[in-house]
Design a protein. Structure first.
Length: 158
């Protein structure tokens, strides 16, 4: 005989305190991360692939894309590296799906996981097509930027 498993619930009144603490902690960490990225960008790119071949690596532009994304410049972020805004949108989507599943909103179709996290006990909403689409974005970004650089002498990442 198996016993029903109860979802753990937070004590009443603890959520606002925990949420406020997490928000302030993450804002501080976010500011430190942006400071690190600013100093990294000011120092120049240490990309060895670009330095020795003259071509862009598949990740070239990712740091600048991340920087511009978090400064609200979504189009510029997409131009530097389209994978960064795609992953940001995917993380928001997956986070909302996890929250909806965690609070147990009725009417949600239960989906099967492709690779559940060990010990998490929740359903993963990351699908294989999402990962394949990431790979397509990286390859297309690599090809477009290098073809523009080699054939047309257009530097898309000044």
């Amino acid at each position: 005989m198996t016993l029903p498993v109860k979802k753990p619930r937070l004590p009443a009144g603890s959520l606002p305190f925990a949420g406020t603490f997490i928000l302030y902690y993450n804002v501080g960490m976010f500011e430190e991360l942006l400071h690190f990225i600013r100093s990294y960008m000011a120092a120049g790119s240490p990309c060895l692939f670009h330095r020795y071949t003259g071509l862009y690596c598949p990740g070239c532009g990712g740091t600048r894309a991340f920087y511009h994304l978090f400064h609200g410049q979504f189009l510029l972020s997409f131009i530097y590296h389209p994978l960064v805004p795609y992953c940001a949108g995917l993380l928001i989507y997956l986070g909302l799906r996890h929250i909806i599943h965690a609070i147990g909103v009725s009417g949600q179709k239960k989906e099967t996981a492709i690779s559940p996290s060990p010990g998490m006990g929740h359903i993963s909403y990351l699908r294989s097509w999402m990962i394949w689409f990431m790979l397509v974005i990286v390859i297309a970004n690599f090809l477009i930027k290098n073809i523009a650089l080699i054939c047309f002498h257009i530097d898309l990442l000044p």
